[in-house]
Design a protein around this ligand. Structure first.
Ligand SMILES: Cc1cc2nc3c(=O)[nH]c(=O)nc-3n(C[C@H](O)[C@H](O)[C@H](O)COP(=O)(O)OP(=O)(O)OC[C@H]3O[C@@H](n4cnc5c(N)ncnc54)[C@H](O)[C@@H]3O)c2cc1C
Length: 414
């Protein structure tokens, strides 16, 4: 066994490592791939809502800001096996045509995630890798007989897929530091969550994240209100810092800007024009339900609701009015740009897309993915303290670091 490589974890990172190592060694039997599941790459089947957003086509300069917490660490691995290399690999070597969609997101042309998982598994088998299915590795010590070991056990999110954080234990066994892990790319749950909001899809809005009342991050784009809170798109993007702040007992607010393309003054002007055109400002004050608050005023709610409909999706009008019981013509522009959600909770590892934190990058050589502490030990994929935004970044991390770890471990053996 001393001339063999053990890879723990048959996800995208582990399979990529196995493929590269088998190619370099020229003998797949010298690569032993362990996975606790019978089927490899179980998580891949869930990715991209079953369509698998396998990478993102942006060039490094635009790609890098989507990598956390240390984009520089990924640079070598990305250069060695870039997003364009991944696309070529799938198209030319695995016979999986791809398609590039909005936001430079790359999918298999079939839009079937299983095609990606099965193609990787097929290549692993073609190369003759010794795949040990349904085997849970319990400790690093179990693998002491192997000449080299790669840990590709993933993070802790969606543990039903097999990623239960075992690799952190293995890393600590080897003396590595594991930074605190927390769920990321996950739903954020607000205080007094209006029951009218779940199910509403927000398009091209702004979100601002405040921690302890200080603005720390903003983004513009789409997200959804779901039963779990503010979810997907830009809400996921802000969730990394939001969850970390909540874990540290800090106050977290998300401010929704419903009109990011307009300033408050521009909104005021637009409202003024609407007023002149439609005579909507017969009254100045509106209650939470949208009913008038001054009995003497004869104007029905309808004109004001109609006005709001010009600025908001229909479904949002009632929740917006409930959230702004003191809405007036004066404060409407400001309220449209500042709908505050105090965040009090988040979806945990069972439903988070990715795990932030992990094996400290300070103890890993970025050019090889080798442990600085134990010769012959390598790490790749989500087990590392490296994660990306949604958009194909996490699978690219897995492919780039997996490829480099496989290559380096095989060279080490040779
Ligand atoms: C719902 C969902 C959707 C996602 N969509 C996308 C997307 O579209 N695009 C994108 O880029 N990323 C997406 N991600 C993130 C992406 O799937 C992960 O970042 C990626 O799978 C990590 O790869 P990995 O190989 O490091 O770990 P994993 O995929 O988690 O694989 C780890 C493997 O190790 C095995 N294992 C663990 N411990 C042991 C042990 N002790 N013994 C034996 N085997 C073990 C597990 O069974 C598992 O198969 C999504 C994640 C989720 C949860």
């Amino acid at each position: 066994m001393r001339d063999s490589l053990a890879i723990v974890g048959g996800g995208p990172a582990g399979m990529m490592a196995a493929i590269r190592a088998a190619e370099v060694l020229g003998d797949g039997r010298r690569v032993v791939l362990f996975d606790k599941n019978e089927r490899l790459g179980r998580k891949i089947y869930l990715t991209g809502k079953g369509r698998c957003n396998l990478t993102n086509r942006r060039g490094w300069e635009e790609f890098a800001p989507h990598i956390h917490p240390n984009q520089g660490f990924l640079k070598n691995a990305f250069r060695a096996f870039s997003n364009e290399d991944v696309i070529r690999f799938f198209e030319e070597e695995l016979d999986v045509p791809t398609v590039t969609q909005q936001g430079q997101r790359v999918y298999p042309a079939s839009l079937v995630a299983g095609d990606v998982a099965r193609a990787l598994e097929r290549r692993v088998q073609e190369l003759g890798v010794d795949v040990r299915r349904g085997v849970t590795v319990a400790s690093l010590a179990e693998l002491a007989g192997f000449g080299a070991v790669i840990i590709a056990t993933g993070g802790k999110s969606y543990p039903v897929t097999g990623s239960t954080g075992d690799g952190y234990r293995f890393a600590e066994e080897a003396g590595h530091t594991v930074t605190p892990v927390f769920p990321s790319e996950t739903a954020l749950f607000p205080k007094d969550y209006d029951p009218g909001l779940p199910g509403i899809e927000m398009k091209n809005v702004g979100l601002h994240l405040y921690v302890d009342r200080t603005l720390v991050e903003s983004d513009q784009g789409d997200f959804n209100f779901t039963g779990d809170g503010l979810e997907s798109g830009i809400a996921y993007h802000l969730s990394r810092r939001a969850v970390w702040a909540l874990c540290n007992g800090q106050r977290v607010d998300i401010v929704l800007d419903l009109k990011p393309a307009l300033t408050e003054d521009q909104l005021k002007n637009r409202l003024q024009r609407e007023k002149l055109a439609g005579g909507f400002w017969d009254r100045e004050h509106f209650s939470a339900s949208g009913t008038k608050t001054r009995a003497a005023e004869p104007v029905a709610d309808r004109p004001f609701r109609n006005l709001l409909r010009r600025f908001l999706p229909e479904t949002l009008v009632a929740p917006f009015l409930r959230a702004n019981p003191d809405l007036t013509a004066e404060n409407l522009p400001r309220r449209l740009k500042n709908w505050n959600f105090r965040i009090i909770d988040y979806k945990g590892f069972d439903r988070a897309v990715v795990t932030a934190g992990g094996v400290s990058l300070k103890e890993i050589v970025p050019k090889t993915m080798a442990s600085r502490l134990r010769p012959g030990l390598y790490f790749c994929g989500e087990v590392l303290d490296l994660d990306g935004d949604t958009g194909g970044y996490n699978l690219q991390i897995a492919f780039s670091t997996g490829s480099l770890a496989g290559l380096s471990a095989a060279k080490y053996l040779l």
